[in-house]
Design a protein around this ligand. Structure first.
Ligand SMILES: C=CC1=C(C)c2cc3[nH]c(cc4nc(cc5[nH]c(cc1n2)c(C)c5CCC(=O)O)C(CCC(=O)O)=C4C)c(C)c3C=C
Ligand SMILES: [Fe+2]
Ligand SMILES: [Fe+2]
Length: 342
């Protein structure tokens, strides 16, 4: 074996995000994302006129404003944090293994693309790839779309690497512990809230009725966090945010649940959103800013959003564990022929 060839590489995959918080870039991102049949599965003849005739003319302006309110110096928070994870994971794998395991980032939509991530791994000499979508709970609309995107990318090439997919990690004990610890830190800093809302990005109820594992995965994650914090059943609420379109999405809805709480005598809440590996528009704007306004306007006193795990060491250590477990014999010299050669 070529000693400079890495044993394997890692492709971290996140959803994607606009490159600038402008209506033009947001339109390009939404057009790519919302054209995917995995995300919106209506018949094309029905959906395309709505998408191009209505949504892409109206939504980008409003959503660009929301992106502007959370934009950071390095760009979109989703991209900044995902790149920080990439660098930290490569460094930790190097520390643990004493050799370079290249880690690259690819997005399902927009840039850096899956193609860019895979090309970089190929250029580093990688022939075996662990694909780690940054979606802890499986959904056809996220992880399913990653698999489609990979297939589309590989179709453009004559060769392909061997690859393994980490389908989900919704019940990984280190992931659950890191989430529980992040809530505890928020309580230590802000006081313990009366209720913890464990809110997940929603999907249409119909996808679950048709077999998507997402709701079950979310329920296990939520239960795992509540148990680790020693919460009784009346101290936490399982809910879903970001409804889009007309059909019913997973319920209970975050916004309705939140706004009803002050009327029921609940004046302080904590909010955590474990479906997001990194902070992004949905957490920083919808949950941290809009959620707070809505709760205070409804009569609440204290609202604390618990940030995503981002590039926190416990999170990166969990990712490294996942990668090493899935790499299995790829990570061992005995399988590479080095021992025979010695
Ligand atoms: C239209 C249907 C949508 C489905 C189904 C959906 C599932 C889904 N999404 C995420 C993670 C993210 N979504 C983000 C933004 C976002 N999501 C939708 C729609 C659906 N999501 C839209 C239209 C948008 C863009 C914003 C808007 O127009 O309101 C993001 C944030 C991206 C960023 O740039 O910060 C993430 C992350 C999951 C995990 C999921 C299903 C489980
Ligand atoms: Fe763009
Ligand atoms: Fe989404």
């Amino acid at each position: 074996m070529d000693m400079t060839q890495p044993r394997y590489g890692v492709l971290l995959v996140n959803l994607g995000t606009p490159c600038q918080p402008t209506p033009k870039c947001v339109k390009c991102f939404l057009g790519d994302f919302l054209s995917d049949e995995r995300v919106v599965d209506l018949p094309r003849w029905q959906w395309m006129p709505i998408l191009h005739g209505v949504i892409l003319n109206v939504r980008p302006k409003r959503v660009a404003k929301a992106y502007q309110s959370i934009w950071s110096e390095g760009g979109s928070p989703l991209k900044v944090y995902s790149l920080a994870q990439q660098a930290a994971l490569q460094q930790l794998l190097h520390e643990r293994l004493g050799e370079t395991i290249p880690v690259e980032l690819g997005m399902t939509y927009c840039k850096p693309s899956l193609r860019t991530g895979l090309d970089k791994l190929e250029q580093a000499g990688v022939e075996r790839v662990i694909v780690l979508p940054l979606f802890p709970q499986y959904s056809c609309s996220t992880t399913g779309a990653v698999v489609d995107g990979l297939a589309k990318t590989l179709k453009q090439k004559r060769s392909m690497p061997e690859y393994r997919l980490i389908r989900d990690y919704h019940d990984n004990p280190s992931y659950l512990q890191a989430l529980a610890d992040s809530v505890q830190r928020s309580w230590d800093a802000n006081g313990r809230s009366e209720k913890l809302l464990i809110s997940f990005h929603g999907i249409p109820q119909r996808y679950v009725d048709e077999g998507d594992l997402y709701r079950d995965h979310c329920a296990v994650t939520a239960q795992g966090i509540a148990e680790r914090l020693g919460l009784s059943d009346d101290e936490w609420i399982f809910c879903f945010q970001s409804r889009f379109g007309r059909e019913p999405w997973l319920q209970p809805y975050f916004d309705e649940t939140l706004e009803a709480l002050p009327g029921q005598g609940v004046k302080s809440v904590g909010v955590i959103s474990p479906a997001f590996s990194v902070d992004c528009l949905e957490t920083l704007e919808e949950l941290a800013i809009e959620g707070k306004h809505a709760f205070l306007a409804a009569g609440g006193d204290a609202y604390h959003f618990v940030p995503c795990l981002n590039a926190e060491p416990a999170h990166i250590a969990m990712m490294a564990d996942l990668v090493q477990q899935h790499a299995g014999e790829w990570g061992r010299a005995v399988q590479t022929g080095e021992i025979d050669a010695a």
